[in-house]
Design a protein around this ligand. Sequence first.
Ligand SMILES: NC(=O)c1ccc[n+]([C@@H]2O[C@H](COP(=O)([O-])OP(=O)(O)OC[C@H]3O[C@@H](n4cnc5c(N)ncnc54)[C@H](O)[C@@H]3O)[C@@H](O)[C@H]2O)c1
Length: 312
Amino acid sequence: MRILVTGGAGFIGSHVVDAYLGAGHEVAVVDNLSTGHRDNLNPAAKFFEADIRSDRMSNIFSEFRPDVVNHHAAQKSVPYSVENPRFDADVNLMGLLNLLDLCQQHGVQQFILASSGGALADPGLIPSPESGSPLFVSPYSVAKYASEKYLEFYQHTYGIQTLCFRYANVYGPRQTPDGEAGVVAIFTQNILRGLPCKIYALPGMPRGATRDYVYVKDLVVAHEMAVTRRVSGVYNLGTGIETDTRTLVDELFAISGRVVPVTVQGARAGDLARSCLDSSKIARDLGWSFTTSVTDGLTRTYEWAHSLHEES
Ligand SMILES: NC(=O)c1ccc[n+]([C@@H]2O[C@H](COP(=O)([O-])OP(=O)(O)OC[C@H]3O[C@@H](n4cnc5c(N)ncnc54)[C@H](O)[C@@H]3O)[C@@H](O)[C@H]2O)c1
């Protein structure tokens, strides 16, 4: 199959590209390198340096003629979306619609969206199933939810098979410590540099918020299944296990054999106390389940970051 991966120079998208190539698919990447890196590009994939909102996308679809579009390019920062809702909507909605229109015009069979379980989880239900009621506390959540609904529309009206994967907190090699997300990448880098790790304590939760940490290679398996099994709809991809921030830090101390100071601060506005996804729907429909424990995933992530640190 010919698969176009948007955001394929980024953290998660680049792992998806590697897996599709490994499975024998022909792959092209579209990325504007705004947060992605050339180093992440697999040389076996065709690379188009382009913005998903641009007119150039039409030529790219004509040239590559994808059967499947796997959409990872996004404005992914929640705080940035709060400060710049229009920019967020421009990339995350107008960019999406540009792609969906092209899919319709070029007869693309399947569209897979990287959505967010954290942004769309029902905070009253732990672990949260896909059917809960999200709290729309950021333009990022609104745009991801609207994206899912646009996919429903394009499937219903034009017959494009559409699938939304709602990720839990993804971590692993190639995640960058920039910005507010990617706590594993931030802690790993701080430990390597001897800098403190910061925990945001919440009322009654001195060890910090809990999150559902899923290893990137486990997600990728679901993407491989998706193109061969052709399901549609919305699916959570998480572990169903809550890990608090202090446990994460302690695990990384044990793995690295290093200890840095841990500072504790009050929670930031908008910090959710708990987040964890119920992934039983995809286990039932596709037989997917995570296989990497947090300890194993953190070990692999630390080893990758350590080797980069040694090189630099
Ligand atoms: N990392 C997580 O824990 C997580 C959780 C839930 C959902 N997601 C979603 O997964 C997707 C990938 O996230 P990531 O963590 O790999 O982020 P990332 O920043 O590493 O990857 C995003 C890629 O998209 C590219 N990009 C951004 N805007 C673009 C545009 N207008 N045109 C073309 N390319 C553009 C960037 O250069 C980058 O390579 C995003 O849609 C994000 O919302 C991530």
